[in-house]
Write a protein that binds this ligand. Sequence first.
Ligand code: AMP
Length: 364
Amino acid sequence: MIVGILGAGQLARMIALAGYPLGLDFIFLDPSADACANKLGIHLLGDYNDPRLLAELAEQADVVTYEFENVPADVAAYLSAHTKVYPSPNALAVAQDRLIEKNYFQRLDIPTPDYVPVDSFAELEQAMTQIGWPAILKSRTQGYDGKGQSVLKSPDDLVAAWALLDSAPAIVEAFVPFDREVSIIAVRNISGSIVFYPLAENLHRGGILRVSESRDNDGMQAQAEVFVTRLMESLDYVGVLALELFEIEGQLIANEFAPRVHNSGHWTIEGAETSQFENHLRAILGLPLGATTAVGKTAMVNFIGGLPTCKDVLAIEHAHLHLYDKAPRKGRKVAHATVCADHVDSLVTRLDLLIKLAQQVDNS
Ligand code: AMP
């Protein structure tokens, strides 16, 4: 069985690593010659909309999936006319435009921050009279890890924020003074069964995820499951989906969803009975889903911009290192590490050590 993946970055790499024990082979389409999954399967090197490469991918792969959502919508549509594609191109289309995504949440009665679409500077000024200060201006498309975003604290920020967008269509949304950020990772298979992982509590800085910690019996788990179920059922979704949420005064507000495996689920490799990567493959291949139960307390730390030594990470008890085989560069995620523990106290001690290592190499 051959699985095709659009994108050959670290998420594709971890999907492939989870797929080999199941006897799967992989073919990736990615425009970057040094894409870090390329040692784990056939790498079709070229643009996502190269018709020759798309035809080859469709021909070779029994099923195609994505490792990121910003592939052109017509690419997914072309592939789904020629082979099985999960999740569906529709899920991709909703997730890749923040305005369509927020309208979709609203239709499903999933709360969002207040938002207004803006296509010109005049519309931005007008929108601010509705949204109020502070706010966040975000490009509608191609945004990830805080890219294409500016916080608007006062009218003085408007000109620079608008210039950064370079006339791209955008939305302005109310800044949520959240108590914490959480995400729920859920998996739905072809016959409609859904399983949920325990919530992850996430720490971002500069729009980039730094630390995720799995939560035991979190008070927000049930609410998050209701929202993600609504979303997956409405999209007739197949695969792993991550819904990112803000918690404020005991309420959850949706920020965005990712139609793919997600950084806040990397802890599941060591911390859950079945990893998000394996469960994504099980879902898209029509196999029974694996248990999502946490096997202890787990936290994950991203290494951004620079690499720690293997020795330093592995010297921390119950730490596991995942190097992505990517050259370190400012702001680039190049590795992550997970720490596990039976008790919260030991988790906190080990996590502190890991965070210190990450801070030493971080140049973002
Ligand atoms: P995003 O790319 O939309 O996931 O945003 C990246 C990060 O920016 C989020 O994880 C939050 O930490 C922060 N952020 C985004 N939107 C808002 C908002 N409306 N209010 C407060 N913080 C936000």
